[in-house]
Design a protein around this ligand. Sequence first.
Ligand code: PLP
Ligand code: ZN
Length: 434
Amino acid sequence: MLAELVCFESQCRARYGITEVLYNCPRCGGLLEAGYSGWERDAGALKKLWRERRLNNAPLDQSGVWRYRECIPFLDSYDRVVSLREGNTPLLDAPRAAAYGGLDRLLFKHQGFNPSGSFKDNGMTCGVAQALRLGMTRVACVSTGNTSASMAAYASAAGLQPIIFIPHGNISYGKLAQALEYGARTLQVEANFDQILALVRALAERLGIYLLNSINPFRIEGQKTIMVELMDQRDWNPPDWIVLPGGNLGNTSAFGKALREMLEMGLIPRSPRLAVVQAEGSAPFYDLAHSADQSALRPVTKPETLATAIRIGDPISWPKALHEVRSSGGVVEKVSEQEIADAKAQIGLCGIGCEPASAATLAGIRKLTAAGVIRRGDDVVAVLTGNLLKDPDYIYRYHTGELTAPGGDKIQPTYGNHPLVVPNDPDRIAALLA
Ligand SMILES: *Cc1c(COP(=O)(O)O)cnc(C)c1O
Ligand SMILES: [Zn+2]
């Protein structure tokens, strides 16, 4: 098995050693991906091996990422891999959400069950493994959210120093709290996300820090296993659609790559279609997919949405994501703040729950079935990307009618569940609950 870094640009396709510390193609500036030659070809043997590993207590086999290591063979040794038992996320039947989305049946693949509460863990275990292999002692990312929480956890577990750069005053407390607790050096910079990214890139080389932003090709490798595990859970029967939220589009890129490679390896007979859902105030990929000229994405300069995990104006992985949406026959949809909030409450009523960005999936499904793009009887899996408890403030405000969209519009508590203050009086309470 030969693993290399390959430039994603079709006119370039330059190749580099897998242990070179590169974030973009030195020749053309394009995105890089892990490329392999010599896949394991016996699909039946692999499926059997992966099932057997579930019964094995070794941490590597218990990991829902490393169990499928034949699909992400970029390491030459697994001795130093650090796992927090990431992956192993459930596939949940949600009849009430299905009805809301206009479907006969809907399954949620819930990545919020990960150790730090989001799918970032699937990728981070791989990014940190590569950092260790390269002999790095410090890792960094720019993020206000789940990436920093996850990186902090995995870096600290591996004995590396995590350093987080966040835009000053732009903090989501649930996620920042995780980063602090997991021991990350946290620097609040007086600049916006894009400016900080440029700053950190310049500093990384000077200080010998390994960057674990979403552009990192090894994080994408780890996120591929979300699709592999999903197919394993479905006994290798692909659904018609995979629906996911789109922010920086790393997950879209990972899912598409996984599906293409699984087809190539003979693990699945056909590919599902990808449906990527963005928030209206932060939808540059939607605009790109629906414009005549798809040669360049036009960034949104002031992206706005309460779904902070997808508040990205200039998604770095768009060339990969566009390729994956096209090659899977997929679609891109966008949804309003109100639609996200109501869909989220419907997911909650299934006893499941998720963070706002994740709920964009169900809101998007509802629109796509109404438009006849997804049909009622289609077999649909939506990926819930993050845990309910990441953003409790949003939830409380929705249910009490205090949630306002970034433009100042009030979000209606369509499915609001207001707590009641009651007197210490059994008769009045009994009357209330009658
Ligand atoms: C990171 C994240 C997203 C966006 O994923 P991309 O790969 O950036 O498109 C969506 N939801 C949650 C909860 C996230 O943490
Ligand atoms: Zn190139």
